[in-house]
Design a protein around this ligand. Structure first.
Ligand code: FEO
Ligand code: CA
Ligand code: CA
Ligand code: CA
Length: 677
């Protein structure tokens, strides 16, 4: 007879201290191991990664900048199984690649060509580093491994063939030389946050795709200064914009030409050039991780913007499904899609998962959020039945497809609330409340100037002129976490209430102005980004992508057990204006986080962002991504590894070479318990 097992207590671990070490730190009693890093082979015949810039074949290797990630269980027989905790698939976003001067320098032998034109072979490699990957993982004894030879392994890149689905499918705005019918596009790009549908598919959000395209310096006139110019400007591509990597210069082939979105052809519909190519990026994309034969679909009904994650309302039989989404750019919006179809529990295990996606994600209503100063809010519909959209003067919407492709313009039309960069969102499994990371915003100012700056408001109440005496410390440098509670109607509600669950801050900052949540040294963080509730333990995991507190600590992950909307109270911030007056802003701060309801769990290596959260359904293995360690390395120092700002994961004993690599880690508890207990 052994000792009586103790009941599990969440957040019983000892908080991890802030750290500047080039390593992954987890609490005592936990183990973090590297599982799958940039360049790792994904077929039996792909050679091991040499990590010296000579490796190719990235269509068969792990891509770069691992980001959002979801776990999909497999039974012992290799069939989909929502309950399997020993075998499964990880679907992983590969968002971007580390570049200082145009080229992905860690992936070329001597850093690559930083001037134009770029060699086609370098471009081909960089395009293939982007997209998504699916790998099979298994528990082998107590250790997890990925299977390089699994037939489930799969890569999609920025050139893969993808279907357009929903209201914008076949729209004139999507006609290109590649798809004169506007039914398809090529590639998925800058894949950032993720989602998992109630029917077992993977959703990936396309975020900062605009920067990959170039546009000629006289393109406004070439396009006749029409509607499309209004759209391009609103989505950040002014004429003369240069591309991040210069991929358009790789050669004459259309696979390079498509990155130049200037109007070049004589057609009136865009079928002879790539003037509309950027309209094919910016969606939530659905992938069946279990079945390579099924079409990959961009779900245009969920709008086009800088998508982060996609979080579902708690499925209720007979009720529509809501999908919550953020547009991560400064002063952009929070959105909600509500399905026309109501949830049927039999769809949790469908025979055809992508057809189930057609049912729930192609038809419905898209809303944008307006947050009021009294803690209430409205979801405002974006369709021609809304007179504010139909009558908008700055852009005349032709149809629902046009509204989806230009969702930002439709949201402008209805006066939605401009937020401090909405990143990940997640739904609390306990009560259905919706959490959004608002990572930071350097364009929030008490004395706004120019068209890009905004005064603080109740939902985005902090704005500082100088917190540490550097330009990166202006506005709201530490970010906050907003939460919302739906009103009558649940997932289909058109009103909600909200408060701020947590304000990011340094623990030593003024608690009346900056550290409004009274964070302690074991809890303080800056720039929340990744955020996901565990459906198994109910813990809210918070990850950071920070540049404001990185003089003191590398980026981190915290575990939280939050209360609910309205459990705190109203606070008035009295901002001093330049003219000597006071700008008073009321806000609503959640109940102060006690030590046992918010604790730092992990700190990452130098220069990394912590992102992506996936768990096995027993809650005993957690997968997390370490994105771009050593990103702060100067390209000029490529030949001297001692000058890399990070050598992780090589310094953790993983793989060849010393060049830093993005990687998936797996975290387990040494006593076999659940993660976060
Ligand atoms: Fe890719 Fe908004 O983070
Ligand atoms: Ca992010
Ligand atoms: Ca971020
Ligand atoms: Ca990043």
């Amino acid at each position: 007879v052994g000792p009586t097992p103790q009941p599990e207590r969440l957040l019983a671990f000892s908080a991890v201290s802030k750290s500047l070490a080039d390593t992954v730190v987890v609490p005592a009693g936990y183990t973090a191991s590297v599982l799958f890093a940039l360049g790792d082979p994904m077929t039996a015949s792909t050679p091991a990664f040499k990590n010296d810039g000579t490796d190719g074949d990235f269509e068969q290797r792990a891509g770069d900048h691992h980001d959002g990630m979801e776990f999909f269980g497999l039974s012992a027989a290799g069939t989909p199984s929502a309950s399997s905790a020993e075998r499964g698939l990880l679907a992983i976003n590969h968002e971007a690649t580390t570049d200082e001067q145009r080229s992905s320098f860690f992936l070329h032998p001597t850093g690559g060509t930083t001037t134009l034109p770029r060699p086609g072979a370098e471009v081909d490699k960089e395009v293939a580093l982007h997209g998504i990957g699916v790998i099979e993982v298994r528990k082998n004894g107590s250790a997890w491994q990925y299977l390089k030879e699994s037939s489930f392994n799969r890569r999609l890149t920025a050139l893969s063939d993808i279907e357009l689905s929903g209201p914008a499918r076949g729209n004139a705005l999507l006609v290109t030389k590649y798809s004169p019918t506007g039914l398809k596009t090529r590639g998925t790009l800058n894949n950032c946050g993720t989602g998992k549908t109630p029917w077992g598919t993977f959703l990936t959000g396309e975020e900062n795709w605009g920067g990959y395209f170039t546009r000629g310096s006289a393109d406004d006139a070439a396009r006749g200064n029409g509607k499309d110019v209004v759209s391009l400007k609103r989505y950040g591509r002014n004429q003369g914009a240069t591309s991040r990597h210069g991929w358009e210069t790789g050669g004459a082939d259309d696979k390079y030409a498509r990155w130049n979105i200037s109007k070049l052809g004589a057609s009136t519909d865009g079928s002879d050039d790539y003037r509309n190519e950027m309209n094919g990026m910016g969606y939530i994309v659905e992938i069946d991780p279990y079945d390579k034969a099924k079409a990959v679909k961009k779900r245009t009904a969920l709008g086009r913007f800088a998508h982060e994650s996609a979080a579902f309302s708690l499925p209720t039989a007979g009720q529509p499904l809501a999908v919550y989404m953020g547009d991560d750019s400064r002063n952009e919006y929070i959105y909600k899609f509500v399905s026309t179809a109501t949830w049927s529990a039999t769809d949790a295990t469908p025979a055809d998962r992508i057809a189930t996606g057609d049912k729930y994600l192609d038809s419905g209503k898209l809303y944008v959020a307006k947050l009021n100063a009294d803690g209430s809010g409205q979801w405002i519909e974006l369709s021609l039945s809304n007179p504010l959209v139909a009558g908008y003067g700055a852009y005349k919407f032709a149809d629902l497809g046009d509204i989806m492709v230009n969702a930002r313009l439709a949201a402008d039309a209805v006066g939605a609330t401009k937020m401090d960069r909405p990143e990940w969102c997640s739904v609390n499994p306990k009560n259905g409340e919706i959490y959004f990371s608002l990572t930071n915003n350097s364009n929030r100012s008490v004395d706004p100037s120019g068209s890009s700056q905004l005064a603080p408001d109740s939902a985005n109440p902090r704005a500082y002129t100088d917190m540490k005496g550097t330009s990166s410390q202006k506005g709201n440098p530490n970010g906050h976490i907003l939460r919302m509670k739906e009103g009558t109607g649940g997932s289909a509600a058109t009103s909600f209430t909200w408060d701020v669950y947590l304000f990011g801050a340094e623990s030593t900052a003024d608690s009346s102005k900056v550290n409004l949540s009274s964070l302690t040294a074991d809890q303080d963080f800056s720039s929340p980004d990744g955020l996901a509730f565990s459906p198994y333990t109910g813990i809210c995991w918070i990850q950071t992508d920070d540049g404001a507190y990185t003089d003191v600590t590398n980026c981190m992950m915290l575990a939280a057990v939050p209360g609910q909307v309205g459990d705190g109270g109203k606070v008035t911030l009295n901002h001093a204006t330049a003219a000597g007056g006071t700008l008073a802003v009321d806000t609503y701060v959640g109940k102060k986080a006690a030590p046992d309801t918010l604790k730092r769990f992990l700190v990452g290596p130098v220069g990394s962002e912590i992102t992506g959260i996936a768990e096995t359904p027993d809650g005993k293995a957690m997968f997390v991504n370490i994105q771009h360690p050593g990103e702060t390395t100067a390209q000029a120092n490529l030949a001297d590894p001692t000058k890399y700002t990070s050598q992780w994961p090589a310094n953790a004993g993983y793989g060849a070479g010393k060049r830093p690599r993005s990687a998936t880690i797996v975290i387990t508890k040494n006593d076999g318990g659940r993660i976060g207990s």
